[in-house]
Structure formats: structure tokens, C-alpha cells
Design a protein around this ligand. Structure first.
Ligand SMILES: [Zn+2]
Ligand SMILES: [Zn+2]
Ligand SMILES: [Zn+2]
Ligand SMILES: [Zn+2]
Length: 564
């Protein structure tokens, strides 16, 4: 087994992996999957937004680049206009330097788009998102309306505090849920309505604090009630008060630890490993891919038609033959080491390039062909130079590796690389990553402390939107915006006492990590004929529940037998 040259962990390369690398004409990786992911995600500041001047219009803009970032940054709309020409920054490739040195110089010259969102209306405070209307602080959110504080979600409406959700409506604090209506604080559930605190429930309505239920109504903590009793008990639980919510949450957490956990959420999948996959075939070590997926590995967060794609994040809408790409796809073929590339064919080592064909080491191009370092060539010239650069990169060990950490445009602590493999400043610098010390957060400026925020939304005045609050968790200041207040009022939810970042971290902590462990089914139930009474089931699987987790993890057979 090869050994990772960064962390020294050994990692397997399967025959299917070898076939993929051969197809893309790249060497086998020298870093383990997690170290590769860290490098790629260091190019994705998904959630930290700054205010800084646009280098073209001089107006203040919202940007993922901090005011001290050494790049030219343009207002998003200006960047997408024809008022500037990215090929005017074109240059020759200098063979006395590495590819990374050549490319880093280009990156510092060509203007960056302040923010990445597409075809969105009234959703300025959002990033790596598209086709949204009236969304606020929505990151990696697609096709949604009125989503506040959402991450990696699609087609939600009137929702807040969402993580990896789809087609939910009027729901709050949901994690990996699909098609739920008026449901709050729920995890891994589908087609549920008018419910609170559900885990692994399907087709349920009017349920509170339940786990593993199918097609049930009027259940509280997995116990059946009549409609009248249910309504009475629900009132007693006082779910409109913070104390009521805290109490129900505590009981729910206990129940959740005791209930049966399916080893992975795999729907209509064949020969695939990972979690939260729908329609995957011959795909391994992948997470949150929805739509047809074939021959993919180490991918996270993908939608619709993904074929022969490895080591990628935020991909899809028809993407074929891609390796080490980020926020890339939309009718695209053969993209290697591309970040934010939409509708590109044969694009290599490029950043924020769109609808282009045969581009290599480019930044900011749209509708171009045969460009290297943003310089336009004739087809034959391009092909010859491209081949020479690949040979140059091979000699320097650069070909088939992602960009080195030194040239990532963000401090690693600004990016979601920290969610997958967190490092402290010292470690980050040792590995060659940048670190961002600039922070927009304030502390101690609050006009209202957490203890003074009312228990219920009914007792909360409209002036809460003028107040500066202090997070009960980290102490950071935060605000409640008008649309958010209207949302809490509509759903009779109290004002959250934690800042958006702490709330996001809390949701992340509920979701399983994007890693797999090989484990054995924990079922010892005597009623299952598939394993003899008292003996543990021998089925094994890959699961994102780490071995030290307290939950009972069951194989598909035992899970199906147990879930009501
Ligand atoms: Zn490693
Ligand atoms: Zn906080
Ligand atoms: Zn089993
Ligand atoms: Zn069993």
C-alpha cells in the first residue's frame, strides 16, 4: 500500500482506481484521500464573508476575499460583465519556473470574483450557491427560496438552519432530511410533516421525539397516543419555549443513542460505499451525492449525473471525467484540478473559468478556446505547448497533483478544509498552507446579553432586530435580521441564543463525518434467523459511524427487520 507523503498514513488504491487514473492519464496519487481533500478544500472559503472595496468600481462589496487578501477582487456582477478582458493578463509560460510559480503569479493579477453565486435574486449574502430567491447566509444552496442559514441544501422553501436537506418546506434545524413539511429539529428523515425531533423516520406526521418510525401519527417518544391525548401532551411540552425545547431535545438525544442505526443511507445504490447517496453505482468513499453516479470515488456534495469523477466537491449537473475539482460541472467533460469551472471541456489547472474548451492554467476566462496562462494560441500551438508543460510538470512531480497548499487563495482557516481535517495555525504553516488572522467578528459590543433574550417569540419585541446579541456559546456578537424574525414568529420559535457559526458547528456535529470505517454489524437479536440466537451478526460494512461511537450500528438486513 502506498504511504501518504504528507501524513504518512497508508492508503489503498483499488484496481478500479487504477483504471480511473489510467483513463485520465494521471499518475497514482501520492497523498491519502484526506490530505488530498484538505488541499482541494483549501480553495473553498464557503462561509466567511467580508466587506471590502471592489478594485474596479471602488464600491464596498461582499466578498470571500478578506480586505488584506493580496488579490484584485471585483464586484461579482462587474466580474461577469464584458467591462474587462481576462486575456489581457495573458503571459508566456516560463520553463525556468514550476507550474505553480507560473500560475500563482497569474492568480495575483487576474481579478477574482468577490463571490460565487449564479442566477440568484435578492440573495447577496450567499456563496457557492445558485438559482436562489430571497435567501440569507445560504452556502452551497441550490434552487431554493427564502432559506435562511442553509448549507449544502437544494430546493428548500421557507426554511432555516438546514444542512444537506432537499425539498423541505417551512422547516427548521434539519439535517439530512428530504421532503419534510413544517417539521423541526429532525435528522435523516423523509416525507414527514408537522413533527418535532425525529430521527430516521419516514412518512410520519404529528410525531415528537421519535426514532425509526414508519407511517405513524400521534407518537411522542415512540409511544402512540390518541389525537386528543397527543394535542394535550404536546401543549404540556411547551415547544414554543426555550426550556420546553431543551427538555424535549435532551430526551430525544437519549432515545436517539439507543435506537437502531442503519450503517449508511444508501438509496438505489449498487456496489457503492459512502453515506447519504442516492442512485450511485460503482462509487466508493463518497458522501451526499444525489442523482445518477457512476464510477466515482472520494466525492462529496454532488447532484445529477456524475461519471468517472474522483476527489471532487460540489459537482454535478452532468459532469464526466473529472479529477480534483471543486464547484465544477454543468455539462462538462474532462476537468482536472479545476476550481469553479462551469461548462468547460478539457480544462486543466484553472480557476473560475466558464464555457471554455481546452484551457490550461487559466483564471477568469469565459467562452475561450486554446488558452494557456490566459494567453490565446492557435490549436496546434496550444497542443504542443500543453504537452511540453505536462512534461515539465511531470519532471517536477506536479502533474496529477492538486495545486500546492502555498498558492491556495485563502488561509486554510477560512475554508471548509477545516471541517474535514482541522489543523491549528502552527500545523497549517508547517504543511505550507496560509493562515488568515483577519477577523470580522466582534465581542463585547452587545446591547442585549443572552440572559435577557425572552423565552418565547411572543414575548420578543420587534426591536430585537436593532439589538446586538452575544453568542451564549462563543461570545461573538450577532444579529437577528427582519426576515429571520418573521420566520421565528410564523413558526413560534424562540430567538436562538447562539451565533450563526456556533449553530452551524452544532449541525455539523450531528452529521456524520465524510469518512468510512470498516465495521461489523452490532446486532445480537435472537429473533433474527440470519444469525444464531445470542451470537453477533457477522455482516460487515463501511460506515461513517466511527468505532468509538455509542450507537448500535446494524447491517441492512438486521436494520430492515427491526425498523417498525
Ligand atoms: Zn495523508
Ligand atoms: Zn458563537
Ligand atoms: Zn446484521
Ligand atoms: Zn440481526
Amino acid at each position: 500500500m502506498p504511504q501518504c507523503k504528507q501524513c504518512t498514513e497508508q492508503f489503498p488504491i483499488t484496481p478500479a482506481d487504477q483504471a480511473f487514473y489510467a483513463k485520465l492519464a494521471v499518475p497514482e496519487p501520492t497523498l491519502c484521500p484526506l490530505c488530498r481533500r484538505q488541499r482541494i478544500l483549501a480553495w473553498r472559503n464557503q462561509r466567511i464573508l467580508y466587506s471590502r472595496p471592489c478594485d474596479a468600481t471602488k464600491k464596498n462589496i461582499i466578498s470571500v476575499f478578506a480586505p488584506n487578501a493580496p488579490y484584485r477582487v471585483y464586484d461579482r456582477d462587474y466580474w461577469w460583465s464584458d467591462k474587462w478582458d481576462p486575456t489581457s493578463y495573458g503571459r508566456d509560460f516560463d520553463f525556468t519556473k514550476t507550474f505553480a510559480e507560473n500560475y500563482d503569479a497569474l492568480l495575483h493579477d487576474v481579478p477574482m470574483a468577490g463571490i460565487f453565486n449564479a442566477r440568484s435574486v435578492n440573495s447577496a449574502y450567499s456563496n457557492h450557491s445558485g438559482e436562489m430567491k430571497d435567501c440569507y447566509l445560504a452556502f452551497a444552496v441550490w434552487g431554493s427560496e427564502k432559506v435562511l442559514y442553509g448549507d449544502l441544501s437544494s430546493y428548500d422553501r421557507d426554511c432555516a438552519e438546514m444542512l444537506e436537506t432537499g425539498k423541505c418546506n417551512l422547516s427548521y434545524e434539519m439535517i439530512q432530511t428530504t421532503n419534510c413539511y413544517n417539521t423541526n429539529y429532525s435528522v435523516r428523515s423523509e416525507n414527514c410533516s408537522d413533527s418535532w425531533f425525529l430521527f430516521d423516520c419516514k412518512d410520519c406526521s404529528d410525531c415528537i421525539g421519535c426514532t425509526n418510525l414508519r407511517s405513524k401519527q400521534y407518537y411522542i417518544f415512540n409511544k402512540q397516543y390518541s389525537r386528543e391525548e397527543y394535542e394535550k401532551r404536546k401543549k404540556e411540552l411547551a415547544l414554543d419555549t426555550r426550556t420546553g425545547i431543551t427538555n424535549v431535545r435532551a430526551q430525544f438525544e437519549t432515545l436517539k443513542k439507543q435506537c437502531v442505526h442503519r450503517f449508511a443511507s444508501l438509496t438505489k445504490c449498487e456496489n457503492s460505499t459512502g453515506d447519504y447517496l442516492v442512485g450511485a453505482g460503482n462509487t466508493h468513499d463518497s458522501f451526499a451525492l444525489r442523482g445518477e453516479t457512476q464510477n466515482c470515488a472520494f466525492c462529496i456534495n454532488g447532484i445529477d449525473k456524475l461519471t468517472d469523477t474522483y476527489d471532487s466537491y460540489g459537482v454535478g449537473a452532468s459532469l464526466e471525467r473529472a479529477y480534483m475539482v471543486l464547484d465544477t460541472g454543468v455539462n462538462a467533460t474532462e476537468n482536472i484540478a479545476c476550481v469553479i469551472a462551469w461548462s468547460c471541456q478539457f480544462a486543466y489547472y484553472s480557476y473560475n473559468c466558464h464555457s471554455s474548451f481546452e484551457i490550461f492554467g487559466c483564471s477568469g476566462l469565459r467562452n475561450k478556446k486554446f488558452c494557456i496562462l490566459n494567453k490565446q494560441y492557435e490549436e496546434a500551438e496550444y497542443k504542443e505547448l500543453k504537452a511540453r508543460i505536462i512534461e515539465h510538470m511531470k519532471r517536477g512531480g506536479e502533474w496529477g497533483e492538486f495545486f500546492p497548499p502555498q498558492i491556495a487563495p485563502f488561509g486554510v482557516n477560512e475554508t471548509i478544509a477545516q471541517e474535514e481535517r482541522p489543523v491549528n495555525k502552527e500545523e497549517a504553516l508547517r504543511l505550507g498552507f496560509k493562515w488568515q488572522d483577519y477577523s470580522v467578528a466582534t465581542r463585547g459590543k452587545e446591547t442585549l446579553g443572552p440572559e435577557a433574550v425572552p423565552e418565547t417569540i411572543a414575548a420578543t419585541g420587534d426591536d430585537i432586530v436593532q439589538q446586538i446579541l452575544a453568542c451564549a456559546g462563543c461570545g461573538k456578537n450577532y444579529k437577528i435580521v427582519k426576515v429571520e424574525l418573521a420566520f421565528y414568529r410564523g413558526k413560534a420559535l424562540p430567538i436562538p441564543l447562539q451565533c450563526p457559526d456556533c449553530r452551524y458547528q452544532a449541525r455539523l456535529a450531528v452529521r456524520n463525518p465524510h469518512q468510512l470505517w470498516h465495521r461489523q454489524c452490532m446486532c445480537v437479536l435472537a429473533s433474527h434467523e440470519t444469525h444464531s440466537a445470542g451470537a453477533q451478526c457477522l455482516n460487515e460494512f463501511e460506515t461513517s459511524y466511527a468505532p468509538d461511537r455509542p450507537e448500535k450500528i446494524f447491517c441492512e438486513n438486521c436494520y430492515q427487520k427491526e425498523v417498525i
